[in-house]
Design a protein around this ligand. Structure first.
Ligand code: IVH
Length: 667
């Protein structure tokens, strides 16, 4: 028992060290396989000894029971704010004020660093253990978000340094990298869930997520830059403090900081960082300039709620003014209603923008964007246009607040918003917009692959009442198609033969094409392999569904709800009556990759679909998320957070040429 405990503690320490080497220093010292072994041993020990305190165990990184609400916690020392300035001239003024106050003519030594555009957070370590993580809140009282913060793998759960302070409150910023943000929004969209306006909102929304298991799946990062209360440790400069954070294993962006003597060097730093801004992996909105000596910081003290020893020099964001001509409501495939601002075309950061999503009712209320408003628009995370704010002085007198319609703009059925959720939905599966979007998905290349039926044709077919459901596509005849504008004999022939070609399909393609919420291409493949026929899938019980890889209760419920709708279920019969032949899974179990699972991240030298097909043709399986069951992660350029996760789970990492070797060496 004693031996077990010693081993347990040693394992936790080793894992923490390897997490640091990997997540903070980017210099792993052991193979992924060896890391995996450590985690497995730790799990085994915890299972054997449920009585042990596992509050700082790496096994806590996956999240726990959802909370009812966050507990409010006062900060021991208030979390201050910085005075902002927008021009390098202000840096000279700041320096003048500092010098005047210190009554010393000498150049002041400044510690210059990035102004991270995330969410401020305080980590409280007592006797070297992370005991609490609190948001900034109003600076005096924040919220206890410990459960979520423990899922951030670069934040140590305990320190392994030799000398540990009895108390240290480390302050810093939680954020999401731009690349991870793009990946996250794409997944959210695919699943019919809310998308985020920018990486900061995504980070803030995740930190304030009551279900820490969701937070565990989101790629949060942390950078430290200040302290609150400290007992048992002293520093003399800001630089020393941040170096000390690193010694404790807490990440900083030290390599993007600089010691500057006098204001001119600070201004040079400001311009240098501004130039590099778009190439940084995360959003920043300026630089922060701090007097390096902590003794001088103390002498300088505070003005109101801001330190006199620091200032923020913000960058001008790439913004422009425009006018919201209209707020349109788009109805998506899952029935989600998305308000979209249609603006007078305007150039922002070298691109002309006309549309900006307003996401949902809450976002609109928060920004109070109205039709006719003059607004400031910028490109979030360098890509998506985002309305930042309204120029209230220019608001037309007769303007009215925008509110989401109570009825679907397309089919006029009453819309629904689940209590506590932000998405408003049209629940009518036969709404024209839902039908159009569903049909676009149905015919898409990875679904039924009806190449000649494009988005425009679908719009027309639905508007003309020729197609109301999937099966109607197979009822189309040349006479009715020839009546449509811009359709001649040849194009109609092409359309019909393209539709005809799709009659020979596979079960996986058909399941994917049906557009069941949360059932993407990979899940469809798993379902096809498991159930073999569509009839068996339609009759599957929750228990049956939960036995399929990667299917949880949410997906299971969505599948059952779909097949429980008699009109939808009948469609599957109709399709078959109209000659759609569904071939069961033809997995090549004899392929060289048989039984081996893969996941792709980043940009490969070939199209992603091509790579997937190659893997599957050789008997391999594609998974849709990283888990310890994954055998290989195939990594291309600019991989996302999947790479981090795979490495921490000990999944083998290969690139495109390794994959080709894997196949060719064995064939
Ligand atoms: S120092 C007394 N350093 O800016 C100053 N803050 O206006 C304590 N921030 O809420 C903060 N990057 O969210 C500091 N390198 C940095 C920062 C930084 C971003 C944010 C932080 C804080 C706000 C203060």
């Amino acid at each position: 028992m004693k031996k077990d405990l010693a081993l347990y503690n040693k394992l936790k320490e080793d894992i923490a060290r390897h997490d640091y080497l990997y997540h903070v220093l980017d210099k792993p010292q052991i193979s992924d396989y060896e890391y995996d072994q450590l985690i497995t041993s730790l799990h085994e020990l915890e299972q054997k000894h449920p009585e042990w305190d596992r509050s700082n165990s790496p096994t806590q990184r996956v999240g726990g029971t959802p909370l009812e609400l966050f507990v409010k916690v006062p900060h021991r020392l208030p979390m201050l704010s910085l005075q902002n300035s927008y021009s390098p001239d202000d840096i000279f003024e700041f320096d003048q004020r500092v010098k005047k106050f210190l009554r010393d003519g000498k150049d002041v030594e400044y510690f210059c660093e990035l102004k991270f555009d995330g969410l401020a957070l305080e980590l409280i370590y007592q006797e070297g253990r992370l005991v609490q993580a609190i948001t900034r809140g109003d600076g005096f009282v924040g919220e206890d978000v410990t459960q979520n913060i423990k899922t951030i793998r670069s934040i140590p759960l305990s320190f392994s340094a030799k000398k540990i302070p009895s108390l240290i409150e480390i302050r810093g910023e939680v954020l999401i990298f731009k690349k991870d943000f793009a990946e996250l929004n794409a997944t959210q969209q695919e699943n019919g869930q809310i998308t985020f306006a920018n990486p900061r909102n995504a980070a803030a929304g995740t930190v304030r997520q009551l279900d820490s298991r969701i937070a565990a799946q989101r790629p949060l990062r942390f950078f430290a830059y200040a302290v609150g209360a400290v007992e048992g440790q002293a520093f003399s400069t800001q630089l020393e403090m941040e170096k000390y954070f690193n010694e404790l294993g807490v990440p900083t962006a030290l390599d993007l900081t600089k010691i500057c003597l006098g204001p001119q060097q600070v201004v040079d730093f400001y311009y240098d960082i501004e130039k590099r801004r778009s190439n940084l992996p995360f959003d920043i909105d300026g630089v922060v300039i701090k007097v390096n000596s902590l003794r001088l910081q103390e002498d300088l003290g505070l003005v109101a709620r801001s330190p006199r020893w620091a200032t923020a020099a913000k960058f001008k964001p790439e913004q422009a003014q425009s006018v919201v001509e209209k707020i349109n409501i788009q109805v998506g495939r899952t029935g989600a209603l998305t308000p979209v601002a249609i603006m007078k075309p305007v150039r922002v950061g070298g691109v002309t923008v006309t549309n900006a999503t307003l996401h949902n009712q809450e976002e609109i209320e928060r920004k109070d964007v109205r039709e006719g408003d003059t607004i400031i628009v910028q490109r979030a995370g360098d890509v998506i246009p985002e309305i930042v704010s309204v120029v209230l002085e220019k608001r037309p007198k007769d303007s009215k607040p925008f509110s989401m319609p109570s009825h679907c703009p397309t089919c006029h059925s009453k819309v629904h918003k689940v209590e506590g959720e932000v998405i408003t939905r049209c629940l009518n599966p036969f709404c024209d917009s839902v039908i159009k979007e569903s049909l676009k998905h149905f015919v898409s290349r990875r679904a039924m692959n009806i190449e000649k039926v494009g988005d425009r044709l679908i719009e027309t077919l639905v508007d003309q009442g020729l197609v109301k459901r999937f099966s109607d596509l197979y009822r189309l005849e040349s006479d009715s198609l020839l009546q449509l504008e811009r359709q001649g004999e040849k194009s109609v022939e092409n359309i019909l033969s393209s539709i005809n070609g799709s009659r020979q399909t596979t079960l996986a393609r058909l399941i994917h094409a049906l557009g069941i919420r949360f059932v993407g291409e990979q899940t469809a493949k798993h379902l096809a392999e498991h159930f073999l026929t569509i009839e068996r899938l339609a009759k599957a019980t929750t228990e049956d569904l939960l036995n399929v890889p990667e299917i949880g209760p949410k997906v299971a419920l969505s599948i059952q709800t779909w097949f429980a709708n008699p009109k939808l279920a009948k469609e599957v019969e109709e399709l078959q009556k109209l000659g759609v032949k569904i071939a069961g899974p033809q997995r090549s179990t004899s392929g060289v990759l048989s039984g081996v699972s893969f996941l792709i991240t980043g940009t490969l030298p070939v199209k992603r679909d091509e790579a997937k097909d190659l893997i599957e043709k050789n008997g391999g399986k594609i998974l849709s998320s990283v888990s310890s069951k994954l055998n290989y992660l195939v990594v291309g350029d600019d991989p996302g957070s999947k790479l981090d996760k795979a490495q921490s789970l000990g999944v083998k990492i290969i690139d495109w040429s390794d994959l080709q070797k894997l196949i060719n060496d064995q064939t």
